[in-house]
Design a protein. Sequence first.
Length: 483
Amino acid sequence: MRYSIYTKIIFISLVLLVISSGLIFFSLNQNRADLMKMAVQEPSQVEIDETIGEIWRRDVLTIFSILLLFVAVLLLFLRRVIKPLKEITFACQEIRKGNLNVSIPAATGTEIGELAETFNETIKSLKNFNVYLNEARLRTEEEKNKTLDIINNFSDGLLVFDKKNNLSLINPRAKEFLNVETEEVANKDISELHRFGNFGKLVNILGEERKEVFREELVVHKNLVLEVSAIFILRNREKIGTLVSLHDITREKMIENMKTEFVSISAHQLRTPLSAIKWTLRMLLDGDLGAISEKQKEFLEKTYKSNERMITLINDLLNVTRIEEGRYVFKVFLFDIEEICQSIVNSFQEEAKQKDIKLVLKKPGEKLPRIKLDNEKISLAIQNLVENAIRYSPSNGEVTVSLRRANMSIELCVRDTGIGIPGDQLDRVFSKFFRGANVMRIDTEGTGLGLYIAKNIIEAHKGRIWFESKEGEGSTFCFKLPI
């Protein structure tokens, strides 16, 4: 049976109390015996004083013996309690220094012993956890070093901004692109970076508030063109930073420029003879060079239409070239877009009737304000949308051109009941030379440049163009222009 320390203290206290009581009782009995003896003998004053002195010495000795016994027992008891506490204190100090190879001798059967055993088990657990922690730290450092090696040897430039807009990481490739050193730009706010190297142009794209960017071109200098993308770094849906990538597209741009120059030169070289062929054919068809038979006229008209398609292709290629070279000049004036739409719809009515297609213009209930635009370019964009809608709609179909005001912009939509666009090709609709797979099966004509040109025209007017389409059910192309 095991007793608690409190039980032992009470037991020892009772033992000391019994011993003290016995000693006091013995002393009192001895004193009484001496006093009775002295009363029988009728002692003198001197004997009385000696007896009282003897009693006093005996009482003092008794009290001193009791105190000495109490102190001795107390010291012995405290020694058994304090020693393990000192050992525990020493062990704690060693642990604080980082030494986990300590242990405390555990006396069984006491609370101090239980504490020592628990302490030793805790130290053992700490040692095991420390081993696990060191292994985890080594693994983390290894992964961190691998990540840093990848970042430092990445072919693209990488920059990381923290949530306070301070640059926290820049890899060697980015330093090369931007002509800076880590010591110059590390931990600096994005608003301060424009003073270093080529950072100014990058800051203009990102903005001081670090907006998200996707594949925007940054011309650092003639021989270096970068593609900039920036995405937010999220943790538990909270933005903790921004990752910026810089991809070198100098070679691609050089090849693209070479192709553009080739197309431009070829188109210009073809345009002159095609124009000459056009006017010659026109003169033949009009009888300016003499009468021709119906059979001859039929062949000449087919040739004239083919030549017209070639001229249209050349004009589209030249427009694309001008767009890519930034030479697609806009002459902006105030125009009534409703009048422009009416004129275009009227011009396509004959073609729509030939295909038995209903072409309708839905005007808004209110008068639309005049807006600043390039009449020729916007007309071309609308013509491309209407022409596609008619061309790719079956007989007995319907094409609707609608206009309406949408807050501080004017929205135009061209809806058809045509063949639609395959779902796996929707993201390529506004690309150069794109034609849907279903379109190629039913109509081999077309350049695939109309929507690309229309998109660039609308965006050059600070507008936005989009579409909805489902294969077999038709398409709706819309754009908005600011008022």
